[in-house]
Design a protein around this ligand. Structure first.
Ligand SMILES: Nc1ncnc2c1ncn2[C@@H]1O[C@H](COP(=O)(O)OP(=O)(O)OP(=O)(O)O)[C@@H](O)[C@H]1O
Length: 329
């Protein structure tokens, strides 16, 4: 039997391309929000756009959906160009609306029926609500739903026309952990049904759990694209040791150099990344590196805080490539 990781890998390597994005560009005045983005999404994949706020994820998605006009490049969905064949594109896609833009005074079933009426063919409203765990809410007004319920309704609305491709823009932002997990289950069920899903998020755990492949974005560009496993493996280390050298940034140059040299000399360290006064050492031999670090830091009188060890993650991939954290504004 194939392992889950192998199965995921296959999803990205083979199959039929359903979205082809070729050199998309978007300017807002002098600011380049999306700068030559290029990727292909295969049928049945959960494809993640992962990046910090302002990376250009939403703008990229909206250009693929045909909601925003690109200043350069093109995007095709199921063979239809989003600028030339928008009507055809709309037939094959479903777009999750931001819940804030829903009609608050309508009842859940009313808004569903209204959306269903926009399409020549639509799925039965009740079964969609059942799949989104909203059946008992169908007579409630939208304004009385919780954040998680609103997001699930937004997904139900996106599915009304039984689309091949579903776009979810930061579907779990602002939700509590339980509501997030419920949504993760729903997204994985949609994948099981064969839907292609494009998902934007700035949560690396979400991207890791849900996505077959991840397109890591920063400042309007694609900086890496691969399976979560291969992205993390590209660090060539399975563990990270992290600590804060308080006041590092205001130390004289010579002292900063000697601290950096000490950190780089720690046994079995493959690489060292830094952001501000936080150091991250990557290693395949956590025990040896940790013991050596503590010994060397003690001997040199290095004052450090918030020492922690962990498994290397997508966050580390992002830090390694940009010198910044996904979480920084
Ligand atoms: N309508 C607009 N007018 C001007 N600038 C915009 C507009 N929409 C987005 N931007 C800018 O373009 C850049 C990319 O924004 P975008 O919303 O695509 O990023 P994002 O990765 O989706 O971020 P977030 O997670 O905050 O939604 C940001 O710098 C943003 O401020």
């Amino acid at each position: 039997m194939r392992s889950a990781a192998e199965a995921i890998q296959v999803a990205g390597d083979t199959g039929e391309p359903v979205i082809v994005v070729d050199g998309l560009v978007k300017w807002y005045g002098a600011h380049t929000a999306v700068n030559g983005v290029r990727f292909t999404v295969m049928r049945g994949e959960v494809f993640g756009l992962l990046g910090p706020n302002g990376a250009g994820k939403t703008t990229t998605m909206e250009m693929i959906e045909g909601l925003r006009r690109p200043d350069g490049g093109s995007a095709k969905v199921a063979g239809f160009d989003t600028q030339k064949d928008l009507r055809k594109v709309k037939e094959v896609i479903g777009v999750q609306l931001q819940s804030t833009s829903m009609f608050d005074l309508l009842k859940v079933k009313e808004i569903m029926r209204m959306y269903a009426s926009f399409y020549p063919k639509s799925l039965p409203v009740e079964s969609l609500l059942e799949a989104m765990i909203l059946k008992e809410k169908m007579n409630d007004r939208v304004k009385h739903l919780s954040g998680g319920q609103k997001q699930r309704l937004a997904i139900a609305l996106a599915l009304v026309n039984d689309p091949q491709v579903v776009f979810l823009d930061e579907p779990t932002t602002g939700l509590d952990p339980q509501a997030r997990r419920t949504l993760w289950d729903i997204i994985l069920k949609l994948k099981e049904q064969g839907k292609t899903i494009v998902l934007s998020t700035h949560y690396m755990d979400e991207a890791h759990v849900l996505c077959d492949r991840i397109c890591l974005m920063d400042q309007g560009k694609v900086i890496a694209l691969d399976t979560p496993q291969r992205l993390v493996r590209s660090l060539h280390s399975d563990s990270a040791i992290e600590f804060r050298a308080s006041g590092y940034e205001s130390l004289p140059e010579a002292e900063r150099t000697s601290i950096l040299q000490l950190v780089q000399s720690v046994a079995e360290t493959k690489q060292v990344d830094m952001r501000k006064d936080v150091f991250i050492l990557y290693t395949d031999n956590l025990q040896a590196s940790l013991i050596d670090f503590i010994g060397k830091a003690g001997a040199a009188g290095l004052s450090y805080a918030e020492l922690q060890t962990r498994t290397a993650t997508l966050e580390d991939v992002f830090i390694h490539m940009t010198g910044r954290s996904l979480r920084e504004e």
